[in-house]
Write a new protein. Sequence first.
Length: 269
Amino acid sequence: MTEATDATPVTERTPLVELDGVSKYYGNIRALEGVSLEVHAGEISCVLGDNGAGKSTLIKIIAGLHQHDAGGFRVEGEDAKLGSPREALDRGIATVYQDLAVVPLMPVWRNFFLGSEPTKGVGPFKRMDVDFMRETTRAELLRMGIDLRDVDQPIGTLSGGERQCVAIARAVYFGAKVLVLDEPTAALGVKQSGVVLKYVAAARDAGLGVVLITHNPHHAYLVGNRFVLLKRGTMSGSYTRDEISLDDLTREMAGGSELDDLRHELERR
């Protein structure tokens, strides 16, 4: 990680994460160019775009999987180039991917602490603190409003929405300041999508800065404070909630002027 020697003074309005004209290239292929994004504490910044728009590349840069080639990337006012997901986590950035890194046959509490298991005892008597993990998992899920009957049940028996909610609660418990959610409602029905959005809003209300990656403008507008639209690796729009209506956001997402041109073309034919 590279830090600026004259970092911006941190204030209440300093973004937790800020991308300023960020670009990423893979050889001659432009994955992102000139993309800007602000993520503030207690707000949800939505990134919208179709497949191939550059959303996955943006996630990888924020999550520390890839480094940007141009532009500015700042974490709490400091210039940063995150070298790994572990480094991103150490800076308070947690990413929940669409496919969820869970072990389906393991119980919910085991997945909640997967990779960060607390222990008790010393030497040859050292072992996982199962009671602590069970009670903590139950308490943290309840704190987020998730009431599971049994944290010993395999996480694979939960619905897709419930698994997403467990992942969100886990990130909050382990001290995330910024939560990046990769298409959390993409494979869910209306009811389960509503459940997930409820807990996304709960993470926002807990003071986290949330990045919601989605292709659904209706879901984005239900919870979002800021909206960035991507198209073929570039920004096609950037708005705050008071600058755009749901109808206009949906129209922009659907193609805007290109959609009008297509309509006129079809009418002529």
